[in-house]
Design a protein around this ligand. Structure first.
Ligand SMILES: Cc1ncc(C[n+]2csc(CCOP(=O)(O)OP(=O)(O)O)c2C)c(N)n1
Length: 658
């Protein structure tokens, strides 16, 4: 291996050596503990240490790094206390996740490390968001993110690189090409010769680096970081290396030809480097022994601390409380000055006033800048707030959701407009796995609102009409808001933006331009999780949300003799179930109308909760009215018959007559 051409001081060369030695010795110890059954799983990075160590050493401690499962060297080079790392791997409270997540699935703001989620790809987009935040804050910083060559096949890789390129973000994309993704060789993973070649396709500079040569890694990355700080841009680096052990220890390496193993064993980054240092008289035998002894002593001492720590204790209220970041709700009272506006205007006004109030708020979405969004909600925003804060995005929902998370990690607030709620499926993974779980896992909130123009009755067919709130109410960690009126929409959106947790904000397209209301012109907030009682009556309780509320009111207009409590839920998570209980205790009958198909929807859960908690107050079975169990169709007659609206009245009358 060619070390001689790199002109670094002896002190730095030794520092890099010790930095590689540490993860190697820790791993060797972990492999023993694994065999003894003292830790549960191990993903080995043996043979790849030069990459983690070289990249981390070239970066400033204030710059974010997003490592993967083979990057122990990132954590050790950033000097995380070993006892906490060991506690993390043993699922103990002194780790970084309170025992809630395993291995390297954690982050720490203190060390500017943002760990992976198992799905691999999403963190590439998170790096985009972190880098964007840094640029908006005028920080001359690089964000480095790691991926294996296998994960480059994920759409997230393409999306994240594309966004970084289009937006000129200072991200260092580090691919560790180690030959195999689990058992799949590179020949079955991608067709190009080098992954670095892909840089060209994104209009991005790229480099190939010998990932087993610490001096090459450090020197190249150091130069790149310095250059990126001055001239912000994304750079793709492919590190050629090899995975010397199984994907994880239990899976072995039988499928790897011995010849390949031998060839790469001869290129071991640590052994070759120590030989070079000794040949050059930079490292003596005695000094090497001292280094090793010191590291072993540190490991032993810290392991003792981790083993001495008690197992994590289950405390139900703590578990539940940590799903969301605590919210300090601030009430802003509405002013008396009002204007009669549509739902669409109320949302636009709320968004605009939030942009004025929070100068760290960024809005992202397809066609939202000069064009004003397909529903014109952000019309005029570019003129008011500039293109940096009102960002057109490429068509890549997953990377943008992930970037929103990255913005939040780096101190910003983000609102993302899904062009249509239907398309959220393309950004589903980061929403339910990254944003939703982050606070529970490692205490990092996602200060993100995702606006969801949704709903049927607009003859738009199966892909532009869905109301998919139940995809999200089933996922702990998300908040779901679904207003039916302009007044509520304005105040609730302001609160959703103030809330540090991820909120899905549903906006029914059919209501956008059909529902008017007198709305205060100034900024105000309304609390989440409070239903509104629109009408009072003793005959029956009716609960609904979104367009369903208007269908209920229409039906009651045509049946003036019915005296009903009409409950507009307004937010589904948190859900004001007590408002429903109170009403049911008075009326003894409950009907729930939802626009979505029946099975697994909000109505089912409310029904179950009322059965469980108000059974003795009920005079009749709870009724759910929902749309057909089919996709939502296009043609008007089909759609009219699909939607629950047409069936509501008959079920209501039936229940009243029970
Ligand atoms: C979305 C997703 N699909 C599959 C997996 C299972 N899985 C975990 S790691 C891995 C291989 C990853 O290979 P690569 O990206 O090359 O990284 P390496 O493990 O080689 O470092 C696979 C298939 C996963 N975690 N997430």
């Amino acid at each position: 291996m060619d070390y001689a051409k790199y002109d670094l001081s002896d002190a730095l060369k030794l520092k890099l050596y010790v930095s590689m030695l540490k993860p190697r010795i820790i791993e060797e110890k972990m492999l023993i503990l694994l065999r003894q059954g003292k830790i549960s799983k191990w993903f080995s990075g043996i043979g790849q240490e030069a990459i983690s160590v070289g990249v981390t050493a070239a970066m400033d401690n204030e710059e974010y790094i997003l490592p993967m499962h083979r990057n122990l060297g990132v954590f050790t080079t950033r000097n995380l206390p070993l006892n906490r790392l060991f506690s993390q791997w043993q699922g103990k409270a002194n780790g970084f996740t309170n025992g809630r997540d395993r291995s390297f699935h954690f982050g720490t703001q203190e060390y500017k490390i943002v760990g992976m989620i198992s799905h691999l790809g999403p963190q590439l987009g998170v790096a985009d968001g972190i880098a964007l935040a840094g640029r908006l804050q005028d920080k001359k910083q690089v964000t480095a993110v790691f991926t294996g060559e296998g994960a480059t096949s994920e759409g997230d890789f393409h999306e994240a690189l594309n966004v970084a390129a289009v937006w000129g973000l200072p991200v260092l994309f580090c691919i560790e090409n180690n030959g195999y993704g689990l058992s799949t060789p590179t020949s079955e993973q991608f067709k190009c010769e080098h992954l670095a070649d892909k840089g060209k396709g994104y209009g991005m500079e790229s480099h190939i680096v010998d990932g087993n040569n610490i001096l090459e890694v450090y020197t190249k990355i150091d130069a790149l970081c310095k250059s990126i700080r001055e001239h912000p841009r994304p750079v793709l680096v492919e590190f050629k290396t090899f995975r010397m052990r199984g994907h994880e220890e239990a899976s072995g390496t039988k499928y790897v030809p011995q010849e390949l193993m031998d060839r790469w064993a001869a290129k071991d980054p640590l052994e070759n480097y120590s030989e070079y240092l000794r040949d050059e008289n930079i490292l003596s035998e005695e000094q090497d022994v001292v280094y090793k002894k010191r590291i072993i002593a540190e490991i032993d001492e810290n392991l003792k601390m981790a083993f001495a720590e008690d197992e994590v204790v289950f405390d139900q209220s703590k578990e539940l409380n940590d799903v969301y970041k605590n919210v300090d709700y601030k009430s802003f009272e509405p002013s008396p000055v009002i204007k009669n506006i549509r739902l669409v205007d109320a949302i636009s006004e709320s968004l605009r006033q939030s942009m004025e109030r929070h100068d760290n708020l960024v809005i992202m979405g397809q066609d939202i800048a000069e064009y004003g969004g397909v529903f014109k909600i952000t019309e005029g925003f570019v003129e008011a707030f500039g293109k940096e804060r009102v960002r057109n995005t490429p068509i890549c929902e997953s990377a943008i959701v992930s970037a929103a998370m990255g913005l939040s990690i780096h101190g910003m607030k983000a609102v993302m407009e899904m062009q249509f709620a239907d398309f959220v499926s393309s950004g589903f993974n980061p929403i339910v796995n990254y944003l939703a779980k982050s606070h529970y896992r490692w205490g990092e909130n996602a200060d993100v609102v995702i606006r969801m123009p949704c709903g049927g009755g607009v003859a738009a067919g199966p892909f532009h009409s869905q109301t998919n709130e139940a995809w999200f109410t089933n996922t702990p960690g998300l908040k779901v808001v679904y207003p039916a009126f302009p007044y509520d929409a304005k105040g609730l959106l302001a609160t959703a933006i103030n809330d540090p947790n991820p909120v899905l904000f549903f906006e029914h397209k059919g209501l956008y331009r059909s529902i008017y209301q007198n709305v205060p012109t100034d900024y105000y907030t309304l609390p989440l999780g409070k239903a509104s009682l629109l009408q009072e009556g003793d005959d029956i309780s009716i609960a609904s949300y979104g367009a369903g509320v208007h269908w209920v009111l229409e039906t009651l207009q045509n049946n003036k003799d019915i005296k009903a409590d009409v409950i507009d839920l307004r937010s589904l998570q948190p859900l004001d179930i007590n408002a429903v209980y109170e009403s049911v205790k008075k009326t003894g009958k409950l009907i729930i109308l939802q626009e979505d198909s029946l099975f697994g929807g909000i109505a089912s859960d409310i029904s179950a909760m009322v059965m469980e908690n108000c059974f003795e107050h009920l005079d009749a079975p709870v009724k759910r009215v929902a749309s057909l169990e089919t996709p939502i169709p296009f043609a008007k007659t089909l759609e009219d018959n699909y939607l629950s609206k047409g069936r509501f009245e008959s079920v209501l009358l039936e229940l009243l007559a029970y």
